[in-house]
Ligand binder design. Structure first.
Ligand SMILES: [Fe+2]
Length: 519
């Protein structure tokens, strides 16, 4: 008889932990709440989370009542019907939430599931603390054999000590985890690379017989609190020159002193800039974390002199690891650190807490600007988000309508000032969404300014399709990206008479080719 009661206790206990885990995962899945609430009603996901937490606590209370034989009324656990009702209700809730969690995580797809897993890892300490507290308060005292108690106490103590030691002295091999992505920031090159822990960042090279070591710094203070390092280098210093990147691990920075760790340095990179009459650029958009697919497509495009990244490499920017894994490492991989990158922001890079850090991380003073490559002019624009600012997906944290207004004013001023100069230029505009702005009036003003600047072509992404059409007197090319498991990468070849647009998918099929003349 005693044995049977113990079994029932164990089942309740198991469901308590399952339910706590389901609650933790549901909480970690907050990026799905907007979609759940849109489908049902505002606050529905939060209501479900509350019910899940109540059911976890309820199961723990039921376990305590059962295991400790606590009197609820006159007799211990006398009201069996009520007890059974709540047990079954909470256990069913635990199972339903677990199933919902699995469905959410798998259903989020290859792009968002890793983000959810990262959020689960962040939530894990809360779940572990709940389980540990429940264990120590209600289960540990009931263990009869002293030897088990001693073993468990030893294991828990060892775990706590190891965790504390790791916080003070994190032990792993410090290293550089990406080739540098060298971004053409218009007035300078911005060398961006990442390490697997926070540290300093520097670029070393020799220019006209003089040795240079430039740091990622702000007004003389070397930055040491990030895994991402950004060093601005004058264009003439890096052009057709070799350079190294390096980083010293920073364990802690104090007002007085601090602790540094290992210094790591790269091999030499030979940075080549082609400014002749024929120039080739790989153009890629909408890789949405599908790095391998993108690399496969790029393997068929043949050689290129530079890379144009047209945005949407991530689902959003909540973690610096998303910038490292899907933007910096990607840019570094497709250039080997030896070709310039022109970076155009996608709407998915405007979302999440790290989105506001992105321009600084990439060393860009503005996400819209002009740059020259020999005889060719590029106008980089930023279409911002693709929905109105009050859309629930943005959590009231965006001001893109005003931002787009400022960008269009800047473009109009540029057109006003440089109309005559650009009349003889070969000009291409780059923008993630070919609409430029979601506001019709701003779109019209944008196209009008681009026409004044003699832009022959807009190259964009956003639709995940490979298309060519003409709108408002300007050619528009949508360069591919990831679509239903197939990736398309494009190549732009510039020459004196015109330019060629080509595209290949990740199976090596050429899916687009067009020869065009400058305006
Ligand atoms: Fe997009």
């Amino acid at each position: 008889m005693k044995k049977q009661i113990f079994k029932r206790d164990s089942v309740l206990l198991a469901f308590t932990f399952i339910s706590a885990f389901a609650s933790a995962v549901f909480y970690a899945n907050r990026i799905s709440y907007v979609f759940v609430n849109t489908a049902v009603f505002s606050g529905f996901a939060e209501l479900l989370l509350t019910l899940s937490v109540i059911s976890s606590i309820g199961l723990l209370v039921l376990y305590i009542l059962k295991a400790y034989n606590i009197k609820v009324r006159e007799k211990p656990c006398s009201d069996r019907g009520v007890f059974l009702f709540f047990t079954v209700l909470f256990e069913i809730a635990a199972v339903l939430f677990t199933v919902a969690d699995i469905a959410f995580t798998i259903g989020a797809g290859a792009e968002t599931s890793p983000v959810i897993l990262k959020m689960i890892l962040k939530t894990l300490p809360v779940f572990v603390s709940f389980c540990a507290a429940a264990f120590l308060l209600f289960i540990f005292p009931k263990i009869k054999k002293d030897v088990f108690k001693k073993i468990i106490a030893a294991v828990i103590s060892l775990g706590i000590l190891t965790g504390a030691f790791y916080i003070l002295f994190p032990f792993f091999n410090y290293k550089i985890v990406s080739d540098p992505m060298v971004i053409d920031a218009g007035d300078a090159y911005s060398v961006v690379f990442a390490t697997n822990a926070k540290g300093t960042g520097y670029v070393e090279y020799t220019y006209e017989g003089e040795d240079y070591k430039l740091y990622d710094e702000a007004a003389g203070r070397i930055k040491g609190s990030s895994k991402i390092h950004t060093v601005k280098v004058p264009k003439e210093h890096l052009t057709n020159n070799s350079y190294k990147i390096g980083s010293a691990r920073v364990i802690e920075e104090l007002s007085y002193g601090g602790r540094s760790g290992k210094t790591v340095e790269s091999e030499e990179y030979n940075f080549k800039v082609y400014t002749g009459s024929t120039q080739t650029f790989l153009t890629i958009s909408d890789w949405h974390t599908r790095l391998q697919k993108a690399y496969d497509a790029v393997s068929y495009t043949g050689a290129y002199d530079g890379v144009i990244l047209l945005g949407d490499g991530v689902p959003g920017l909540m973690f610096d690891d998303e910038i490292i894994d899907y933007i910096i490492r990607f840019g570094g991989a497709v250039t080997g650190g030896e070709k310039p990158v022109i970076y155009v922001r996608g709407n998915h890079e405007t979302r999440g807490g790290m989105a506001a850090e992105l321009p600084g991380i990439l060393g860009l003073d503005s996400m819209y600007y002009t740059l020259s490559s020999g005889d060719y002019e590029f106008i980089v624009l930023d279409s911002g988000e693709d929905k109105k600012d009050d859309h629930p997906e943005y959590g009231s944290m965006v001001n893109y309508e005003e931002y787009r207004k400022s960008m269009i004013s800047w473009l109009e001023n540029t057109a006003e000032e440089y109309e005559d100069l650009y009349a003889n230029k070969k000009c291409i505009a780059l923008v993630h969404s070919s609409d430029i702005c979601i506001e019709e009036d701003l779109k019209e003003r944008g196209f009008s300014a681009l026409n004044k600047l003699n832009a022959s072509q807009i190259i964009s992404g956003h639709t995940h399709t490979c298309e060519f059409f003409e709108e408002n007197g300007i050619n528009i090319y949508l360069d591919g990206g990831h679509n239903n498991g197939v990736f398309t990468a494009s190549k732009l070849t510039l020459n004196e008479k015109g330019y060629i647009l080509e595209a290949w998918n990740d199976s090596g099929e050429k899916v687009f080719e067009k020869d065009l003349s400058w305006k």
